[in-house]
Design a protein around this ligand. Structure first.
Ligand code: PAF
Length: 294
C-alpha cells in the first residue's frame, strides 16, 4: 500500500492504473477508522480493481463552534486497517494541499441540505460537497463508497452526482453497529463510560421505530412521538431532532412509506450522535443486556 500527500502524485497513480484499463473505487474518510469504514473498503476491494482511500479531516465542513481541533486522529493505526483491508493507495493531504490561501470556489446544494443536520450545521454539506467534488475530479473513480449512517450526506452526494453529471456510481453501505447496537462512529471515542452506556438509547429508539413501522403505522407524528418518548427516558440524552423525511429529497413527510428515512441527532454529554433507519429495512439486531461500555 502506498501513501501520497499531493494531488499530482495521486493523479499520476490514477493515470497509470487507467492506462492499464483498471477500475478504481474511492472511499473518502476523515480517518480514525473503525469497522464501519472497513466495510466501505471491503465493498470497494470486492468490486473494483484498485481502491483509493482518502484520510483528510476536511476543515471547511466544520462550523466555528464544532470539533475540528479535537477531531480524533491516528494515521498510523488508520494505515494498518487500510492495508489489512486491501486498500492500494492512501491519499493523506495537508489542508494547504486541498485549499490554497485564496480558495473561494464551493459546491453548494439547496433543499436537501436545509433539513435534519443542515438546520444546525448550515455550512457542513457545502464543505462535504466541495471536498468530494475535488476528490472526484482528481481520482475520477468508477465507484465511490459512503456509509448509510450519514444518510443525509449519502442522499446529498447522490443528488450532486446526478445534478452535476459526475460519471461515477455512488454506493451506500449498511450501518455497522457495536454488539449493543450503537452505530460505529469516530466520535464515539468522546463518550465517557456513563455516556457510552447512555448512548444505547439511540439504537433502542431506532428499533422501537422499526417495530412501529413494521406494525403498519404510517403517521409520522405517531412514530416520532413514541421514538422521542423513548429517547427522553434516558436522562443524559438531549434530542436535537427526530424526523421522518422522504428518502430522496430529505423533506419531512406527514405519512411515510417504504424508502423514507427516519433520522435522529441526539447529544449525550457534549457528544452529538446520529442514527437512522430506512422504512422497510430489516430490523436492527443487538444484544439487549449487552454493553461494550460495561
Ligand atoms: O463522512 C465523512 O467522513 C466526511 O464527511 C467525508 C465524506 C469524508 C467528507 O469529508
Amino acid at each position: 500500500m502506498n501513501t501520497v500527500n499531493t494531488i499530482n502524485e495521486l493523479r499520476e497513480q490514477v493515470r497509470a492504473w487507467k492506462a492499464e484499463g483498471l477500475t478504481i473505487g474511492l472511499c473518502p474518510t476523515m480517518g480514525y477508522l473503525h469497522e464501519g469504514h472497513a466495510s466501505l473498503m471491503d465493498a470497494s476491494v470486492r468490486s473494483c480493481d484498485r481502491t483509493v482511500a482518502s484520510v483528510f479531516v476536511n476543515p471547511i465542513q466544520f462550523g466555528p463552534n464544532e470539533d475540528l481541533a479535537t477531531y480524533p486522529r491516528d494515521f498510523e493505526s488508520d494505515c494498518r486497517l487500510l492495508e489489512a483491508h486491501g486498500v492500494d493507495l492512501v491519499f493523506h493531504p495537508e489542508p494547504a494541499e486541498m485549499y490554497a490561501d485564496d480558495f473561494c470556489t464551493f459546491v453548494d446544494i439547496d433543499v436537501l441540505s436545509k433539513t435534519l443536520c443542515g438546520k444546525t450545521r448550515p455550512i457542513h454539506f457545502r464543505g462535504v460537497c466541495t471536498v468530494i467534488t475535488k476528490l472526484l475530479n482528481t481520482v475520477t473513480p468508477d465507484k465511490i463508497f459512503f456509509g448509510q449512517k450519514d444518510a443525509q450526506q449519502l442522499a446529498i452526494i447522490r443528488r450532486m452526482v446526478r445534478d452535476l453529471n459526475f460519471d461515477v456510481e455512488v454506493v451506500g453501505c449498511p450501518i455497522v453497529r457495536e454488539a449493543d447496537g450503537l452505530a460505529k462512529s469516530s466520535r464515539n471515542t468522546y463518550l465517557n463510560p456513563d455516556e457510552r452506556r447512555a448512548a444505547r438509547i439511540l439504537s433502542r429508539a431506532i428499533r422501537l421505530g422499526q417495530d412501529i413501522a413494521d406494525g403498519g403505522e404510517r403517521r409520522s407524528g405517531k412514530l416520532l412521538a413514541a421514538m422521542k418518548e423513548k429517547l427522553v427516558s434516558e436522562p443524559m440524552a438531549e434530542v436535537e431532532y427526530v424526523e421522518v423525511v422522504n428518502g430522496e429529497n430529505m423533506q419531512p413527510v406527514d405519512t411515510f412509506r417504504e424508502g423514507d428515512l427516519v433520522a435522529m441527532a441526539v447529544r449525550i454529554g457534549g457528544t452529538r450522535l446520529i442514527d437512522n433507519f430506512t422504512v422497510g429495512q430489516p430490523p436492527i439486531d443487538f444484544q439487549e443486556g449487552q454493553s461494550n461500555a460495561d
